[in-house]
Design a protein around this ligand. Structure first.
Ligand code: NAD
Ligand code: 6OD
Length: 503
């Protein structure tokens, strides 16, 4: 289908009545075969913002069929440059519809306007732009090989798409993380079946409109809303004609997906949980370290997989640092995410708040001193049905405490003193996770030394979440399998075939 052909339109009104969020299969907005729907609830005030079509295995079948047709037809046969022009146009169109993406993301997540404007929506566009450029300029691997007859041989490696890729996403950075997978998958010539989080279905559906507008052929981008087990998510992981699963979410879910996907030996890319350390040395720029750690702990209400939940501070500055971070936490402005002055929104749901509050109680039982927070803020009747929580800081826990070892995924951190570099590294590495670390120091040698020894896929020095989309992104241990970003994404979304030509 071309961009000019009619598509059935979904409702994306901003009125008080809930929107309808259908599935998107073969370029059309359709209801789930079962007719089932589920509510999409705002974590700001508990309002139902959308009725979402609940897809299942039969809908995944339809989507896979459409994807395979697209790969046989218009998408699979399209010249690479034409394909990449379309991918780049997706970026432009997201920027043109910036405000709609912004509203949809804020309605689903309650994240503050400032963060969504700076991070989520521009990154949604940037993901398409960078992968269109990268693949347009990708060199072909080539070797000249000596042979006994002296004529030699030429080897070159052809890249082809994997086919149909299942994209299973979390709720914390919905557009950013979904497009971080969809963009390279499409740029490499694959077709995708996206399963957004049940908590945040809106921007994946809005992106479907964009796909039609720019002329991405039907069947290339499909969205099947639903849940995980016994629902759309599991159906994607089970489907024999889906070649690969790219998943971001909890480590435990990754384990379940790995088990299911084993039956068809699918390619897997996993970005999973974290329990990330921040290490602050006494020689650090104190104010920058405090501000940076406040950012790495409380951004997006602590719901970024890269957030620091374990903060290690050199003993000579420990008390001063705790006091300064407390002031930062207490200066956060909780409330209406659409107001520019709001710096912290709610957690994603009341269910998730129950989990974070469970850890707040557990921390007390485990012997924590609560420096600030630990409960539900009183923001008045407008937000009484929301999922707000106070930014929280603890000290005094033993390193064996569950609150130190388990991912909480809220605006919480524990601050622990250390005496030596060696001790800080040992504590940072004493974790079953290994996603990222932040190091704050002005000693250049120490920065490199510690960065090398910390067991993590990514280390930031004197900053946090500063991204260059060409760099490898991912974690070690329970934090993931493989790397995304730049050529690493291309490696995942393509199959390599070596051709050896005897000269
Ligand atoms: P989650 O694992 O609960 O859900 C993620 C997605 O998986 C959802 O779409 C869900 O419906 C689906 N799902 C659940 N069970 C499934 C199953 N058995 N089969 C197939 N699909 C299934 O994660 P979440 O709560 O949405 O997100 C928070 C988690 O994600 C945190 O642990 C966080 O650290 C992690 N995360 C990691 C990164 C990273 O880059 N490493 C980024 C963002 C979030
Ligand atoms: O910036 C990125 O590319 C990325 N994948 C961020 C993940 C954040 C986790 O919540």
């Amino acid at each position: 289908m071309l961009a000019s052909e009619p598509v059935s339109n979904m409702e994306l009104s901003t009125s008080e009545s809930p929107k309808k969020l259908p599935l998107f299969i073969n370029g059309r907005f359709v209801d789930a075969i079962s007719g089932a729907t589920f509510p999409d609830i705002s974590p700001v005030d508990g309002r139902v913002v959308a009725d979402v079509s609940e897809g299942g295995a039969a809908d995944v079948d339809r989507a896979v069929l459409a994807a395979r047709e697209a790969l046989k037809g218009p998408w699979g046969t399209m010249p690479a440059n034409a394909r990449l022009d379309l991918v780049a146009k997706v970026a432009d169109r997201i920027m043109e519809r910036f405000d709609e993406f912004l509203q949809a993301e804020i309605a689903d997540t309650g994240k503050p306007l400032g963060w969504a404007c700076e991070v989520d929506i521009p990154r949604g566009a940037a993901n398409f732009r960078i992968f269109a450029n990268l693949i347009r300029n990708l060199p072909t691997e080539c070797f000249q090989t000596d042979t006994a007859d002296g004529e030699g041989a030429l080897n070159y490696a052809l890249r082809s798409p994997l086919g149909v890729v299942g994209v299973i996403c979390p709720w914390n950075l919905p557009l950013l993380l979904m497009t971080w997978k969809v963009a390279p998958a499409l740029a490499c010539g694959n077709a995708v079946i996206v399963k957004p989080s049940e908590e945040t279905p809106a921007t994946a559906t809005l992106l479907a409109e964009v796909m039609n507008e720019v002329g991405i052929p039907p069947g290339v981008y499909n969205v099947v809303h639903g849940f995980g087990p016994d629902s759309a998510g599991e159906a994607i992981t089970q489907h024999p004609e889906i070649s690969a699963i790219t998943f971001t979410g909890e480590s435990r879910t990754g384990q379940a997906i790995m088990r299911t996907a084993a039956a068809n030996v699918k390619h897997l890319s996993f970005e999973l949980g974290g329990k990330n350390p921040a290490i602050i040395f006494a020689d650090a720029d104190f104010d920058a370290a405090v501000k940076g750690t406040a950012r790495s702990t409380f951004s997006n209400c602590g719901q970024v997989c890269l957030c620091s939940e374990r903060v290690y501070v050199e003993r000579s500055i420990f008390d001063r640092f705790v006091e300064a971070l407390k002031l930062e936490a207490e200066s956060l402005r909780l409330g209406d995410p659409t107001l520019p002055e709001t710096t912290m929104g709610p957690l994603i749901s009341k269910g998730h708040r129950e989990k974070v509050l469970y850890y707040c109680n557990l921390a007390r039982e485990e012997g924590a001193t609560v420096i600030t927070g630990g409960g539900i803020p009183d923001l008045g009747p407008a937000f009484a049905d929301g999922a707000y929580i106070q930014p929280t800081i603890w000290t005094g826990l033993p390193e064996t405490a569950r609150c130190i070892r388990e991912e909480i995924f809220g605006p919480v951190c524990h601050i622990q003193p250390f005496d030596t570099e060696e001790e800080a590294i040992a504590m940072a590495n004493d974790s079953s996770y290994g996603l990222c670390a932040a190091i704050w120091t002005t000693n250049l040698s120490r920065a490199h030394r510690v960065a090398r020894r910390v067991e993590a896929g990514m280390v930031w020095v004197n900053t946090w979440f500063l991204r260059d989309l060409r760099t490898p992104f991912g974690g070690t241990k329970l934090s993931g399998v493989g790397r995304e970003g730049g050529i690493h994404s291309v490696e995942f979304y393509t199959e390599l075939k070596n051709v050896c030509v005897k000269l």
